[in-house]
Design a protein around this ligand. Structure first.
Ligand code: PXP
Length: 255
């Protein structure tokens, strides 16, 4: 039996973080995106934050232009907060997909999923407009049945389950908490397909956690960034992506 191929979206935000540390042009996140695709990425993910701390407007436009060229033709997944300014930029950029994420200026990274229950009425028009523009919308949510039900009622076709709490517990060796968090992800992934939603996951994944989550039969796409850019320091970006590809394929094969 051949293993399912789970899509690997490589997030290039932190290549831009390194570039911005010196204020110049390198390392270029677009070059990283092209190399990632050559090494086995199925798509590129980038988060245009309101404070532009890593990816900038011009990066998003260049990413879209370069990876859409016919000889490359890979999807761009535009992560953004649900604001009018970001919606305008997304409609202009026309990415393959938009992932709506919560955003707080003081956070170091995207902490927690979208408040899809309290924020239901705010999110509906954004999802509606993106759906009408032919952009596939996903909502970055906590792995819970309530959040999935709310995402379904908002009419998002895809959810991305936040794996950050699980990965953090694994990283710091809190094994009981890690197993509790993983059990939530397993139950949530099963619930996504019961509600007819496509299931993605991401945040904090490394080789071992990606291998394990890839064994869940509902997972269609994983979005991974920080760990791959960190590994690139030691083994190079292409090799880190090839190793991640192998880990995901091994996990999916064991399903
Ligand atoms: N998915 C979403 C929605 C995210 O916000 C992020 C972080 O930007 C990721 C995936 C990737 O997380 P990490 O960089 O920890 O792999």
């Amino acid at each position: 039996m051949t293993a399912r191929r789970i899509r690997l979206g490589v997030n290039v935000d932190h290549v831009a973080t390194i570039r911005n540390a010196r204020g110049g042009l390198s390392p270029d996140p677009v070059r990283a995106a092209l190399l990632a695709i050559e090494a086995g990425a199925d798509g590129i993910t980038a988060h245009l934050r309101e404070d532009r701390r890593h990816i900038r407007d011009a990066d998003m436009a260049r990413l879209k232009a370069e990876i859409s060229k016919p000889e490359i033709s890979k999807p761009l997944n535009f992560e953004m907060a649900a604001t009018e300014q970001m919606l305008d930029i997304a409609l202009q950029t026309k990415p393959h997909a938009v992932c709506l994420v919560p955003e707080r200026r003081t956070e170091r990274t995207t902490e927690g999923g979208l408040d899809v229950i309290g924020g239901h009425d705010h999110l509906v028009p954004f999802v509606d407009e993106l759906n009408r523009a032919g952009i596939r919308v996903s909502l970055f949510i906590e792995p819970s049945a309530e959040a999935i039900d709310a995402a379904a009622s908002i009419k998002a076709p895809v959810v991305e389950l936040h794996t950050g709490a699980w990965c953090h517990a694994v990283e710091v060796g809190e094994l009981e908490a890690a197993e509790r968090e993983f059990a939530r992800i397993v139950a949530a992934a099963a619930h996504t397909t019961e509600r007819g939603l496509e299931c993605h996951a991401g945040h904090g994944l490394d080789y071992a956690t990606a291998r394990r989550i890839a064994a869940l039969p509902q997972i269609v796409e994983l979005n991974i960034g920080h760990f791959l850019v960190g590994e690139a320091v030691f083994i190079g970006l292409a090799e880190s992506i090839r190793a991640m590809r192998r880990a995901i394929d091994e996990g999916a094969g064991a399903a």
